[in-house]
Design a protein around this ligand. Sequence first.
Ligand code: ATP
Length: 237
Amino acid sequence: MSPILEVKGLEASYGDLTVLRGISFEVEQGGVATLLGANGAGKTTTLRAICGMIRRKGEITYDGERIDRLSTEAIVRRGIAHVPEGRGTFTTLSVEENLQLGAMTRPMGKDISADIERCYHFFPRLKERRTQQAGTLSGGEQQMLAIARALMLRPRLMLLDEPSFGLAPMITKQIFDILADVKKEAGVSMLVVEQNASLALGIADHAYLIETGEIVMAGEAQTIRDDEGVRAAYLGY
Ligand code: ATP
């Protein structure tokens, strides 16, 4: 089966600063790939480039179609949902209103309540908090809401930027367990950017190590996890 996402020779810059130097990687249909790397390596920029939020060069193929010339809106409509670092939920709206808004940009306007129930199935905590203002949720709950809102788009591919950002280990573990369920039950493919390499490798099928805008290692998650250099640099054992 061809990959759901294929990136070839992706380049991006901010002004004179070249951040991505021709990176190539894939996400399999129904699979999870992770991009690992230190601060400033270019992980966030990679996700932004895929969704057309910054100028980029190179080939990006989604579901057999080149999307590197499309607008962000057109890319989202094709079924790619981005969950940015920092979450970006609407803080003065309730949990449920945030979920309703998540469905706004998708082609079919119907069946929103069924999709909200599906989100609550994955995130029962959000159901308990459905009328609460998003800004008053805990950090972990806000991250859950950001992922649930992305699910309202009925994506086939989710781009997740540091789901563990600023969260306690126990909450992070819960969130990754839920992501594993979403992959298994809903068949959503994922590209996960993480500094917590151990967690990311736990959920991923394939991993790519990025250093100053270049992929320096690629392979099955298990193989990357067993690599001594990766262990020393990213896993701490
Ligand atoms: P982090 O985990 O810290 O977000 P990252 O691997 O996601 O790291 P990026 O955020 O992609 O890294 O940043 C890559 C490089 O691009 C860094 O040197 C960063 O300072 C620079 N950069 C990121 N965003 C901008 C911007 N809007 N304008 C200028 N430079 C930027």
